[in-house]
Design a protein around this ligand. Structure first.
Ligand code: FES
Length: 677
């Protein structure tokens, strides 16, 4: 009988799972028994190379383990053959062949690349532990025998049950007519793609390949209302092999979400036209990532999509009309699982699509994915996650409780409604500084390294010219105008400064600030300041409602998601009062967090369960129904805020003394100053 206390102790990293196993246990079996996901396509025949692991050598006092390469059996003939034919990287072993001989710390790498692949772009470099919904299983099927009348498909099922323990296998019908030819083509050696999302689902055969098929891919996609981003990843190594983006062609039906809902309401075929447009763009992107990654479309076996509720509905072919008004009813809020071919995305006939759940009628699967990626629900700190678009999606919480809302910020942050606003493109002003003494600005434009007051700027900018202000710079210029005293805390451009500088221009009853006087005159008008104030007040009021619900007056950490969040400087966002006060070191751009969340769900079905459960617990706040929204909104019109203090911000920025001006006030006579109490 085995003495369990004497059996070697094996610890798997990064999962930290550990257990004792008798000498002679294949490392792959040990991993399986502990529920550690180690890929295997060939079923331990040492031909796929997917099961690679490495030994961490040394003394691990905390675990009482001294781990050493010698604690694995020596390389045997099967492993040697694989190394000769395909090559095993230095320090790696095939876990199906390496046997436990002593205590071990085993590293399970998440990037085992078998066919050297061109890596065009790592999506965000994050390593995602894998446990995909699709499993590739090589089997050798018994040949037909006159004595045993079992059908070819049934013998394939028997082989999968015996080698892979996939009992009670369902089979996609499209494979039934093809099974015989595939088995014969592969000379009874085939690789089955088995799809099982939930552990208690019956496994399903979705694709079948002759011989050893040692690769399978999936796509993860964030359908934004402006842009669509797609990543193509290997399901067997987790590597992102290609990424591509495109504009959402639905823009031609309406810039913002509500105008697209209106389009559906006003036009009999509006929904169909928008669904067709987004699916066409997605098909184009699939072709693009396949071409970039050198992958055949039919080798994509799984896909995950996220999007805001209206994108979610239009993509799935659901009429979004109900989302156009209260009570903002979603057709479906839970996760949607469907065959990709049924939603107009032909890849492999067996390819599945998983769409993350929506949080509420205004807070979509994209916010759910961003939540999964940034994990407020996994931490003790109170984290605020904001995705700023025409509709800001806001999530606030920690491990104890998560609340979510959306705020109608409008398109001002994207440069619309701003007199000199434009999308981020070469020639657009992206950074601004204003000297508080001279009130002279200096700026940088996209595509040019130098600042506008540096030598060489004029030459470098000659190609594009200075064309406008992009969204991130609008935040910056208005914050700088406030810090320089050009606008008051109420956002009024101070006309009295016209005596000091020609940059203050009268515009009827109000004033504007001249940022650039070139071929194109770029000014920041009183209306521009108002538009940004309205947008930021809407966002901040939404955040405050969530803080009220949580009963907190500060947040510990802030994640700014999306393209806008990537480019704005957190300090300026705070000066403007777009976000609440917080330690600036803890305010971070989190990039395309929604896309990362989608990729997590693609590579690990455990994350699908995690976000389904989390979303079911998130409390949804409808800002329009909350009485305090208006009050928060009014206070938030001030810079940074009429009532809330910003102690962290005040530690790094000198906030100007309070200066109160009325719209149209020339500043003379009615101006008063008082300190910030
Ligand atoms: Fe295929 Fe080890 S499982 S090589």
């Amino acid at each position: 009988m085995t003495d369990l206390t004497k059996d070697p102790l094996v610890l798997f990293m990064p999962s930290g799972k550990r257990g004792r196993f008798p000498v002679g246990t294949p490392v792959l079996d040990a991993a399986r028994q502990l529920g550690v996901y180690v890929e295997s396509v060939c079923g331990g025949r040492a031909t796929c190379g997917r099961c690679q692991v490495s030994v961490q050598e040394g003394r691990f006092a905390k675990h009482g383990i001294t781990s050493n390469n010698d604690h694995l059996s020596p390389v045997g003939p099967k492993e040697e053959r694989y190394d000769r034919v395909r090559g095993i990287p230095e320090g790696r072993r095939l876990s199906c062949s390496a046997l436990v001989q002593g205590d071990l710390v085993i590293d399970v790498p998440q990037d085992t690349v078998i066919n050297a692949q061109v890596i065009r772009k790592e999506s965000d470099g994050r390593v995602i532990e894998r446990n995909p919904a699709v499993h590739m299983c090589y089997v050798e099927v018994e040949e037909p025998d006159m004595e045993k009348p079992l059908g070819d498909l049934d013998r394939l099922k028997a082989a999968l049950a015996q080698d892979w323990h996939y009992d009670e296998l369902d089979v996609d019908f499209h494979l039934v007519p093809r099974v015989q030819s595939i088995l014969r083509k592969g000379e009874w050696k085939v690789t089955a793609a088995i799809h099982r999302d939930r552990q208690d689902d019956r496994p399903r055969l979705i694709a079948l390949y002759p011989d050893l098929k040692n690769e399978a891919y999936g796509i993860a996609c964030d359908i934004g209302s402006t842009t669509i981003a797609m990543h193509l990843s290997s399901l067997l190594s987790g590597r992102t092999v290609a990424s591509a983006g495109a504009s959402n062609p639905q823009i031609r039906f309406g810039e913002d979400l509500m105008s697209r809902v209106s389009y559906v309401m006003m036009n009999p075929d509006g929904r169909e036209a928008m669904t067709a447009a987004v699916r066409e763009a997605l098909n184009g992107l699939i072709d693009k990532v396949c071409e970039q990654g050198g992958v055949r479309r039919e080798d994509i076996l799984d896909s995950v999509f996220v999007g805001n509720p209206i994108m979610h509905h239009l993509f799935l072919g659901i009429d979004p009309t109900e989302l156009g008004g209260a009570p903002f009813a979603l057709a479906v809020s839970g996760a949607v699982e469907v065959k990709s071919s049924e939603i107009g995305l032909p890849m492999n006939e067996g390819t599945r699509t998983y769409m993350l759940p929506c949080i509420a009628g205004h807070v979509g699967a994209d916010a759910a994915a961003a939540t999964l990626s940034e994990g407020p629900h996994r931490q003790d700190e109170m984290m605020l996650l904001v995705d700023i678009g025409t509709n800001a999606e806001i999530v606030l919480g920690n491990a104890a409780r998560v609340v979510a809302a959306s705020s109608p910020t409008g398109p001002a942050f994207e440069g619309a409604e701003i007199s000199s606003g434009q999308r981020a493109a070469p020639g657009a002003i992206e950074r601004v500084r204003i000297d508080p003494l001279t009130l002279e600005p200096r700026f940088r434009i996209i595509g040019v390294e130098q600042w506008s007051d540096e030598a060489g700027f004029a030459d470098a900018a000659a190609g594009t010219g200075v064309t406008g202000i992009c969204g991130s710079a609008i935040i910056e210029v208005i914050a700088e105008m406030y810090l320089a005293g050009i606008i008051s805390e109420d956002g009024v451009v101070d006309g009295t400064l016209a005596e000091r500088t020609p940059r203050i221009l009268p515009t009827g009853r109000t004033f504007a600030y001249l940022l650039h006087d070139g071929e194109q005159r770029i000014t920041v008008t009183q209306n521009d300041v108002r538009a940004i104030q309205l947008a930021k007040a809407a966002l901040y009021a939404g955040v405050k409602l969530l803080m009220d619900k949580q009963g907190v007056d500060h947040v510990d950490r802030i994640g700014l998601a999306g393209a806008f969040g990537t480019f704005i400087d957190p300090k300026y966002a705070m000066v403007l009062g777009l976000i609440p006060d917080c330690d600036l070191d803890k305010v971070k751009a989190v990039g395309n967090a929604a896309g990362t969340g989608a990729r997590m769900c693609l590579l690990n079905r455990g994350y699908r369960r995690e976000i389904e459960e989390t979303v079911s617990k998130i409390e949804k706040i409808e800002t329009a129904l909350e009485a305090k929204f208006q009050e928060h909104f009014v206070y938030a019109m001030a810079l940074p805020n009429k009532v809330d203090s910003f102690p962290n911000l005040a530690g790094v920025v000198t906030l100007p003394e309070r200066k109160v001006l009325a719209d149209g006030d020339d500043g003379g006579g009615r101006r008063r100053r008082r300190g910030r109490g």
